[in-house]
Design a protein around this ligand. Structure first.
Ligand code: ZN
Length: 385
């Protein structure tokens, strides 16, 4: 994985675990247009008051440094985060902690314990051992240990479906029977499974510089399915995910990144209608919401207000500068909140066009930012120690 640099004018949608673009960190307002003045930058004091009143929860972050600067930001924003483990074998040196599962787990638990109740853990298991004897038993043992310590969820990642292959070279899909005992265990433990499977459509399409994901797949060709010799289709991966939902009606699943149906809201709506045990987070996909006609996306959010969970995919690595990254995080919280909660004029980063905030009612904002996280991740606010 390529490290994402916060100073780039255009950030990638799917980097990191699946990185949200960093919003402009220049303070205050900027870039006047003929129509209205786009708002950007960190919260004003009035805005912060309104954000804080939501008791906001971000259910998709990756944080591996116990920094007083960060904990002070969490206090100021009245923010609770879910710290998610991801096991990779191909992270780049800047994100190397993702390749060292023991170190990553210890760092994340450190954050949870040092956060004064602001953080909870989402664990994972090492999928690269899938063809070893006793794999599922070992994985269950490991995740149950984390559940016993207070982890509220477990994540499966896109390496299942897009990287792991069997001896014949076939991709291992998320509904492979080898994983089924793990899913049964998660349901039996009444925990939540976050599934980030597949990626945006553009990773299966010809290179398109206008795509929000263009830089990501050009720099991370291992995930660029369009150029793989025998690619798995996105439809196959999502069908395997759906198969898990069908086979495990008692398994609570949160599909990361709009369930990888970011460009097809009717399809997402069908899934939410069909699977009552399925919700999605908004992590790293706010630009896709911004690209929808405003009235359409308001109608969609209104209809599915109990099934959408606010999240960012924000990252904070052990070698990162806490001051700089805290400002990036806070600026993103401010910009996302302005889009959802106000009718301010904002700049959509990829197209550069201006969009108007959705001005959602408080009752819906409260669900997106707080209530749905509590419902879909039981114990998220009480499990932090
Ligand atoms: Zn992520």
């Amino acid at each position: 994985m390529k490290k994402l640099f916060f100073s780039l004018p255009l950030m990638f949608l799917v980097g990191g675990c699946s990185k949200q673009p960093a919003m402009q960190s220049s303070p205050a307002t900027s870039t006047p247009t003929a129509a209205a003045k786009p708002v950007s930058g960190p919260f004003s004091s009035q805005e912060l008051q309104e954000f804080v009143a939501l008791n906001p929860i971000d259910t998709h972050t990756h944080i591996y440094q116990s920094s007083p600067i960060f904990f002070a930001m969490f206090d100021r924003l009245n923010l609770h985060i879910l710290d998610i483990l991801v096991d990779m074998d191909n992270a780049n040196p800047d994100n190397a902690i993702w390749n060292d599962h023991a170190k990553e787990r210890a760092a994340a638990w450190g954050v949870v314990h040092n956060s004064a109740g602001h953080a909870s853990l989402c664990t994972t298991f090492d999928p690269f051992k899938f063809n070893q004897p006793g794999f599922s038993k070992g994985a269950i043992h490991e995740i149950n240990q984390d559940f016993a310590r207070g982890a509220v969820a477990i994540k499966i990642w896109k390496n299942i479906g897009m990287e792991l292959k069997d001896a014949k070279g076939n991709y291992i899909l998320p509904d492979n029977p080898i994983f089924e005992p793990i899913y049964k265990d998660i349901a039996a433990q009444h925990k939540t499974m976050i599934s980030h499977v597949a990626d945006p459509n553009s990773l299966w399409e010809a290179p398109n510089p206008a795509s929000p994901d263009y830089s990501y797949y050009m720099e991370n060709p291992e995930w660029y399915m369009y150029k793989q010799p025998n690619p798995v289709s996105k439809e196959q991966i999502l069908a395997a995910r759906d198969h898990i939902l069908e086979e495990n009606p008692n398994l609570r699943m949160v599909g990361a990144h709009l369930g990888s149906m970011e460009a097809n809201f009717p399809e997402l709506a069908q899934h939410l209608d069909r699977y009552p045990n399925f919700a999605v987070d908004l992590a790293a996909r706010m630009p896709y919401l911004m690209q929808q006609p405003r009235a359409d996306i308001i109608a969609f959010i209104t209809k599915y207000q109990d099934r959408l969970i606010y999240a960012t995919d924000n990252e904070f690595f052990p070698t990162d500068d806490a001051q700089k990254v805290a400002l990036v995080w806070e600026t993103q919280y401010a910009n996302d909140w302005r889009f959802l909660a106000t009718n301010d004029t904002l700049v959509e980063q990829y197209s550069g066009r201006t969009v108007q905030g959705l001005d959602l009612p408080q009752s819906i904002l409260r669900k997106l930012y707080h209530d749905n996280a509590v419902t879909w991740f039981p114990g998220i606010l009480s499990s932090a120690h």
